[in-house]
Design a protein around this ligand. Structure first.
Ligand code: NAP
Length: 257
């Protein structure tokens, strides 16, 4: 039986760590050649090595997703070396805390630049090379793009922006007949370096929140990066051929209430 992503070429941003790492590894296990990009060079090199050791195909490339001109350069490199791009996961993200009275304009803008502006630039660059052949674009939002959190207004705004931007891009691609699907993924609490640092930044409030959070998740505990990687795998594969502009929530039931 063919692997679910056999013959496909994927790019996963911010895949030197956390959810991106798990997604890149899962895609490679399922037969894709994966471009692993990140600002964290040690992380991306480790992930590429681990994929190769496991028998998969991967190319590592430093990428700061906020640099507009580099998106087209990277797309050209991918097309020149692999002839196609089938899957883009706009995953790179940052989470800066500070309530609406505390957050600085600088932190607000940094958050939008990585979490929202780069998702737009990545989607735009991928559409250019995917149209005609088709593809799947997966934008990593968050449950925090659906529900509010008093300590993360900038993050909430960026992830809400990703959610609705995804629908606009999906409608455009459908109307043009590009055969490009664009969907968003909304992880709940998943234990990664980002979440660990986010709770640590909030000091005592963070420690209290951390103690409470597992009790508030209907399925009883935080998720694992593989739970999100499996959702991305479904959206990346042709099994989700009838899904576009959708929101895939993977949160242990957190947003049900
Ligand atoms: P993570 O472990 O911190 O991984 C994110 C990666 O992105 C890091 O390697 C980071 O590098 C990199 N990065 C940061 N800024 C970048 C930039 N400008 N260009 C390229 N790469 C950059 O975080 P994660 O938890 O896996 O998060 C991945 C995505 O899932 C994010 O979009 C996040 O908002 C979303 N998400 C996560 C959760 C969760 O519970 N973990 C929940 C909902 C949504 P550095 O480490 O050097 O900064």
């Amino acid at each position: 039986m063919a692997l679910r992503l056999e013959g496909k070429v994927a790019l996963v941003t911010g895949s030197g760590s956390g959810l991106g790492e798990a997604t890149a590894k899962r895609f490679a296990q399922m037969g894709a050649h994966v471009y692993v990009t990140d600002v964290n060079i040690a992380g991306l090199e480790r992930v590429v090595d681990e994929i190769k050791q496991a028998g998969g195909g991967a190319t590592g490339r430093e990428q700061n997703v906020t640099i507009e001109a580099d998106w087209d350069v990277l797309m050209t490199e991918i097309i020149q070396s692999h002839g196609q791009l089938d899957i883009l996961v706009n995953n790179a993200g940052i989470a800066l805390t500070g309530n609406v009275e505390e957050v600085t304009l600088d932190d607000w803008r940094k958050t939008q630049a990585v979490n929202l502006d780069a998702v737009f630039m990545g989607t735009r660059a991928a559409v250019k090379v995917m149209k005609g052949r088709g593809g799947s674009i997966i934008n990593i939002s968050s449950i925090e793009g659906i529900i509010g959190d008093p300590n993360t207004p900038a993050y909430n705004a960026s992830k809400g922006g990703v959610r609705i931007f995804t629908k606009s891009a999906a409608l455009h691609c459908a109307a043009q007949g590009y055969n490009i699907r664009v969907n968003s993924v909304h992880p709940g609490f998943i234990w990664t370096p980002m979440v660990e640092e986010g709770f640590a930044q909030l000091n005592e409030v963070g420690a209290e929140m951390l103690a409470k959070v597992n009790t508030e998740i209907p399925l009883g505990s935080m998720g694992e990066p593989l739970d999100i990687a499996n959702g991305c795998l479904f959206l990346a594969s042709d099994e989700s051929r009838y899904m576009t502009g959708s929101e895939l929530v993977i949160d242990g039931g957190y947003t049900c209430r």
